[in-house]
Design a binder for this molecule. Structure first.
Ligand code: B12
Length: 214
């Protein structure tokens, strides 16, 4: 049953079927399927569509349709992840967002969910966030960590810009910066002076714990 649900979730994304994505996400919760596996199945689906798009086999409306299907299922699964998570003492304050010029938020939202259930106070600024807005929020909330997501090669440069802006403001040593997103690599993170990088949302939690030494 569990495999059928996981396959159906993946299929719903590949076939841009919002109704099926919602229905199978509810079924996954009802049947006690591990929500992390459900996220993995949805992610496999969206990545398959993304690959088709990059190879010119699929077009933007198909990418949008697949993203919509994934976004229909995600709140249901994220709710279940939160329900299963054990909340700890506040582990630290994290300002998070997708950088300027970039509206991809599925991965960023997942990072927010995992950090929240691990006890971090996450201030999510949303998408298309300019460096100045990140800096304002870091100061206002006295953030321990600034987490930047970027899904495109071009918008990775906004992560660099944000780190440079922190340096200019003289607060780079007051906040740890962790970065991630599809286009990002460890080499790039080292190059722009980020404190940490991980390719996954689960890894983001490990990084956050390490960076706050909790
Ligand atoms: C869904 C999607 C969209 C949706 C986004 C919907 C939404 N609300 O997010 C829509 C259709 C709107 C879209 C639009 C575009 N897209 Co798009 N999109 C994708 C796609 C298929 C999947 C992204 C996704 O959600 N993945 C699933 C999540 C779970 O994974 P993730 O985001 O990588 O996040 C994980 C990790 O990276 C990590 N993580 C994420 N953030 C952070 C942060 C930190 C701090 C840490 C530690 C970890 C971390 O944790 C997450 C979970 O493990 C990718 C292809 C791909 N393979 O990634 C293309 C892709 C990113 N898109 C691309 C492009 C080109 C575009 C458009 C320019 C298309 C166009 N011609 O208009 C526009 C850009 C709009 C803009 N200004 O941002 C390209 C980028 C190419 C590049 N390297 O620069 C890709 C790679 C497709 C491709 N192969 O060509 N897209």
């Amino acid at each position: 049953m569990s495999n059928e649900i996981l396959e159906s979730l993946k299929k719903a994304v590949i076939e841009y079927n919002n109704e099926a994505a919602t229905r199978w996400a509810r079924k996954a919760v009802e049947e006690g399927v591990d929500p992390i596996k459900a996220v993995d199945a949805l992610t496999k689906g969206i990545r398959q569509v993304g690959d088709g798009f990059s190879q010119g086999e699929l077009w933007l409306p198909e990418l949008v349709g697949a993203a919509d299907a994934m976004k229909s299922a995600m709140p249901i699964i994220e709710e279940e992840i939160k329900r299963r998570g054990k909340k700890r003492e506040t582990a630290g304050v994290i300002v998070l967002g997708t950088v300027k010029g970039d509206i991809h938020d599925i991965g960023k939202n997942l990072v927010a969910t995992f950090l929240t259930i691990d006890g971090f106070n996450v201030i999510d600024l949303g998408v298309d966030v300019a460096a100045e807005k990140f800096i304002k929020a870091v100061k206002k909330h006295k953030a321990d960590i600034l987490a930047l997501s970027a899904l495109m090669t071009m918008t990775g440069q906004e992560q660099r810009k944000t780190i440079d802006a922190l340096k200019k403001e003289g607060i780079k040593d007051k906040v740890k910066v962790m970065i991630g997103g599809g286009a990002i690599t460890q080499g790039f993170a080292d190059d722009i002076g980020a404190d940490a990088y991980d390719p996954t949302a689960v890894g983001a939690v490990k990084l956050a714990r390490r960076l706050t030494r909790k």
